[in-house]
Design a binder for this molecule. Structure first.
Ligand code: 4AD
Ligand code: MG
Length: 477
């Protein structure tokens, strides 16, 4: 007999004579009631054990964390809180659990404690919900682009180029640390390395995606991305997942339209599919907010925040307008910001981004036309000669969730820019080829998948929305 998922049992439309459910015991009350969860839903199914006819030995082994298989009848529940329960006729212990040592006790654990037990935290309600939401969001991403005829491109994870030019890369090498081959000048001789050149883990698939957009028209990547930036913040991971659409003939406005429509679609899709999980996460957030001072509490619940994003256009504001707002705002004048905004040209920190979104506009914001010298080399230079066609999307509670731009499609302008920044033209010969052979206006953006999951789940630390986070000094599991 094949076992039935708890989710299907709970949504049954009728009682059933013989069912089998398998899962892990969440709690076992009064030597009689098992709350069984199998991960298919946040809800447990209640299994009523016939304790008079079950050997004492077996009853003792029904402990929190144990894997069990129960057979019995699906009957209408007499208790409150569930429509159906299983009247157990036979129970098998599939795997014991050391009840005393099992770290996931049915009580509230701190998020830090759960991070140290990332291999078991998914057995809690919150992490089960987060990971199901994450999975559905990933599906939504593919659905959106596939429905629109985009081609999914797998860009390389090992690459020779630094797409963002920020130098925050993890080296990939097969050279030995002892007796590393050296050139005559004493530098590491990468010619003797596995690839015969210096390589690293990718910081972005954009440059390769651009080459594909210049043939397939609309493409997207969705893959792991690596940054060796030493930022121990609640928004940064050393290994994260990024979605990067790239579209031929799109200008910056088309790019903004695409990003906004895309984000709204994936949120809506997930709200439609993950009702129970989001409801649970909303309740979790309400509890968490209670421990905060009144002034810091959110005015909206999780679902209200998600609906707000669906129902309101993102506010589009130029960098120059944003600087004017920031220069004159109270926290800047009262020197409450860590970085005081004095002049046009300043790079925006997350405190500024969050001020704009959370205090000033009170809605998602798209900032565009940034100063050229604080943005990457590939962005299209505006007629003013000092700003580029960049856009960042800023979200409440998150700050930057998307970074994108219209790309510099003019060969001469691009080469000049690379010269100024000291970017090796020979290394990027293939990228420059796209500007020599059939160059055209094109645009794209990168959305940090975990930052999206943060927003949708209402979690506040990025380490809690990826199964096994990689951050400075941490690569356990
Ligand atoms: O703004 P970024 O650096 O842009 C790019 O990499 C472009 N090549 C994208 C493109 O135009 N195709 O990164 C894009 C997004 C950020 O907005 C942020 O959401 C996320 O990636 N991100 C990170 N997420 C988690 N941890 C990190 N260390 C991140 N760095 C960037
Ligand atoms: Mg960025």
């Amino acid at each position: 007999m094949k076992h039935t998922k708890v989710k299907d049992l709970l949504s049954s439309t009728k009682t059933l004579n013989e069912v089998n459910a398998k899962g892990w015991v969440r709690t076992f009350r009064n030597n009689q009631f098992i709350a069984l969860n199998d991960g298919s839903t946040i809800n447990n199914i209640q299994c009523v054990v016939d304790f008079e006819n079950t050997p004492e030995e077996t009853l003792k082994r029904i402990t929190t964390g144990a894997a069990v298989s129960v057979y019995g009848e699906l009957v209408e529940s007499k208790g409150a809180g569930q429509k159906y329960e299983i009247q157990v006729s036979r129970l098998e212990i599939l795997g014991d659990s050391d009840a005393e040592k099992f770290p996931m006790q049915p009580k509230k654990h701190s998020l830090e404690f759960l991070r140290e037990n990332a291999h078991l935290r998914v057995r809690t309600n919150a992490f089960g919900a987060i990971m199901r939401v994450r999975s559905v969001l990933a599906h939504a991403v593919h659905n959106y682009f596939q429905e629109k005829g985009f081609v999914y491109v797998n860009t390389p994870i090992i690459t020779g180029s630094d797409a963002e030019g920020a130098g925050e890369m993890f080296k990939v090498t097969a050279l030995p640390f002892d007796g590393t081959p050296r050139t005559e000048e004493g530098k590491v001789n990468y010619k003797e390395d596995f690839f015969g050149k210096e390589t690293n883990l990718t910081v972005s698939g954009q440059l390769e995606a651009e080459t594909y957009a210049m043939a397939l028209g609309q493409v997207y990547t969705f893959g792991p991305t690596f940054r060796a930036e030493n930022s121990n913040t609640s928004r940064h991971l050393a290994e994260f997942w990024m979605i990067e659409p790239e579209v031929a003939f799109n200008d910056l406005n088309d790019n903004m339209d695409l990003a906004e429509d895309f984000i709204q679609y994936v949120i809506k899709y997930t709200m439609d599919k993950c009702g129970d999980d989001l409801k649970f996460l909303e309740g979790r957030l309400v509890e968490e907010e209670k421990s905060k001072p009144q002034a810091e509490r959110s005015e909206m619940t999780l679902l209200e925040k998600l609906n707000f994003v669906l129902e309101n256009n993102f506010k589009r504001v130029s960098y120059t307008e944003a600087i004017d707002i920031l220069r004159d705002c109270t926290p800047n004048k009262k020197k409450k910001f860590n970085y005081i905004i004095n002049e046009w040209g300043a790079d925006l920190q997350s405190e500024h981004e969050r001020y704009l979104v959370e205090k000033h506009f009170k809605c998602p914001v798209i900032l565009f036309d940034y100063p050229a010298n604080i943005k990457a080399f590939y962005m299209r230079l505006n007629e003013d000669g000092k700003t580029v066609r960049a856009m960042d999307i800023l979200f409440p509670g998150i700050g930057e969730i998307v970074g994108g731009s219209q790309r510099e499609e003019r060969y001469d302008v691009l080469v000049e820019k690379m010269k100024v920044l000291g970017i090796d033209e020979e290394e990027l010969w293939w990228y420059l080829d796209t500007r020599r052979f059939g160059s055209a206006v094109h645009s794209g953006f990168g959305l940090g998948f975990e930052r999206l999951v943060l927003f949708v789940t209402g979690m506040t630390n990025i380490r809690d929305v990826i199964p096994f986070p990689r951050t400075p000094q941490n690569a356990e599991f």
